[in-house]
Design a protein around this ligand. Structure first.
Ligand code: ADP
Ligand code: MG
Length: 256
């Protein structure tokens, strides 16, 4: 089994990077061999997993512009079972530099073919835009996991995202699936969180993960220490929820 999952939602601040970091680390903790691929120029997945953005020799930017092969870009064994393909702010220029390049939608996919078999899971953190970087993630991926923040405008922009996924399915990657939706930043003290979950369940005809990620301050603190939650505070509610999500993702794959 080998699955490439893109974590995508063009809205910023919904928990993509937090989910990408912690899902990667928890899958690795459960014994799966994982590659965490950072496709956001902010590089927050990179630093959140403890890789210094400013010390990287080759990043996903070098990969996209043909400066380096994929093997050269990977930081190995950042944690047990976990490799990182890092990014930093250089990546913000990639979109421009890719103008006019043939098959630019498939650059990452082509490189990934060389190494995919080494991993059980590749988890891709996408930028908050439906850009060429996100398209590269979607051509490489088997499925898209969509984090939805439990707040008022949760459904806003979702139809646009689903339309983009459908376009990619039609034109670029016919086997792309929607992995499902995961609720993030759930606040049990407010009715709003509950209402959002109910509303999305009623209106969205997609697979929804049973695991709901609570709002948990430890999840917000961990990245500044360069640690995923299962390392930073394994007993926290945040760690428990992401371990549970990882378990669900593994078993979802086995059911198929
Ligand atoms: P995105 O990648 O979609 O922009 P982030 O994962 O960076 O979103 O999350 C946005 C902000 O919310 C960050 O400051 C992050 O630390 C915080 N955050 C994310 N998930 C949680 C959570 N479950 N509990 C508390 N804070 C969270
Ligand atoms: Mg992010």
């Amino acid at each position: 089994m080998n699955r490439v999952i893109a974590i995508a939602n063009q809205k910023g601040g919904v928990g993509k990077t937090t989910t990408a970091i912690n899902l990667s680390a928890c899958l690795a903790d459960l014994g799966k061999k994982v590659l965490a691929l950072d496709l956001d120029p902010q590089g927050n997945m990179t630093s959140g997993l403890g890789v210094d953005k400013d010390e990287i020799e080759s990043s996903v930017y070098d990969l996209l512009i043909g400066n380096a092969g994929i093997e050269e870009c990977i930081c190995e064994n950042v944690l047990d079972n976990l490799d990182v393909l890092p990014s930093n702010i250089d990546l913000s220029a990639a979109e421009i530099e890719m103008i006019g390049v043939d098959n630019k939608e498939f650059i990452i996919k082509k490189e990934m073919e060389k190494i995919k078999d080494k991993y059980d899971f590749v988890i891709i953190d996408c930028p908050p835009a439906l850009s060429m970087l996100t398209i590269n993630a979607m051509t490489t991926a088997d499925s898209v996991l969509v984090p939805i923040q439990c707040e008022y405008y949760a459904l806003e922009g979702l139809s646009q995202l689903i339309h983009t996924i459908e376009l990619v399915q039609e034109r670029l990657n016919s086997s792309l699936e929607i992995e499902g939706v995961v609720f993030t930043m759930y606040d049990a003290r407010t009715n709003l969180s509950l209402q959002v979950v109910e509303n999305v369940k009623d209106n969205l005809n997609q697979n929804i993960y049973k695991t709901i990620i609570p709002r948990n301050i430890r999840l917000a603190e961990a990245p500044s220490y360069g640690m995923p939650i299962n390392v930073y505070d394994p007993k926290s509610a945040g760690a428990e929820s992401y371990m549970q999500l990882a378990d669900e993702v593994i078993h979802r794959g086995e059911e198929e």
